[in-house]
Design a protein around this ligand. Sequence first.
Ligand code: CA
Length: 229
Amino acid sequence: MSDLILVVEDEPKLAALVRDYLHAAGFRSEWLADGRQALERLKLGPMPAAVLLDVMLPGLDGLEVCRAVRAFSDVPILINSARVEELDRLLGLELGADDYVCKPFSPRELVARVKALLRRAQGRLAPASLVPMGGGFAVDEAGQRIVWREQPLALTPVEFRLLRQLLQQPGRVFERGQLLDLIHEDFRDVSDRVVDSHIKNIRRKLAAVDGDAVCIASVYGVGYRLDLT
Ligand code: CA
């Protein structure tokens, strides 16, 4: 049976559009327009393969739903938010969401993100195939994981894509705009600051492994560079 995606969205037209694209990509879907109902549905089971979660919802907002779900399940959650400022704020919160997309999104991009989330969830179960990248880093493409000094980094999919890119060309300076293009092929109005938020989170996760090693250097007025030691 194909994977079931739970779409939590209070805009009926948008929900219908997203579901059309999901069905075209071979998924099944279920739709709820209310945050509280979504939480009840997830508590009751059966668990969907992934959840698309809007932030502004009647009943209970998407952030509260996400936090509450994480108390009992690690089902992949993709949060949708209508405002860039909100996306910035979301990145600072440790909600346990797996990925974020900013509205308006293209349904095609959304489906690509869902597929990436599912690959990642499956990769967590499969045996890792780690490719050494230098500097003590190793990348597991199938599982979308990066290991540093034998410690798996708990990266979101966006953080994974960013760090993988930096790792592919250590010592090269990437401009913020380039990094943004690489991670959000389709986004029109996401600000450069979103890159800064992601880099901050990656640095924090690296610092949890070794607080003394400076891996990602800021290049003033330009962007970022990965330095391997
Ligand atoms: Ca909404």
